[in-house]
Write a protein that binds this ligand. Structure first.
Ligand SMILES: [Zn+2]
Length: 111
């Protein structure tokens, strides 16, 4: 299927959103966290990832990472300034900058 032949105006807003969600799942594999480090899906190297917010140029301050929990501080230190929606947050590999989505099993707590 060639993407260029798709007329995006044919889609409803809801269809477009689900399309974007599907594309994101394809683009970003889910993060695997072992021993407080991200195991990169691309380069397979462990490392402490950066916590990014999609569409923003800010990087949040990732304080602590474990297999089930993540503690972070928002970029300006106010938790109200950051999106609470985990789907917009990504973990970036420090080695090759591959981005990963945050699995549901990983709870994020804003400090
Ligand atoms: Zn990597």
């Amino acid at each position: 299927m060639a993407l260029t032949t798709i007329d995006m105006s044919e889609f409803t807003k809801e269809q477009l959103f689900s399309l974007i969600d599907g594309a994101k799942r394809m683009l970003y594999s889910e993060a695997t966290v072992v021993g407080g480090e991200l195991i990169c899906a691309k380069c397979k190297l462990p490392g402490t990832p950066a916590l990014l917010e999609e569409g923003m140029t800010v990087t949040h301050n990732l304080i602590k990472l474990s297999g089930t929990r993540m503690e972070a501080k928002g970029w300006d230190g106010r938790s109200s300034a950051v999106s609470e929606e985990g789907e917009r947050l990504l973990l970036e590999c420090p080695n090759c900058f591959q981005r990963h989505s945050i699995p549901d099993s990983l709870a994020l707590e804003w400090l």
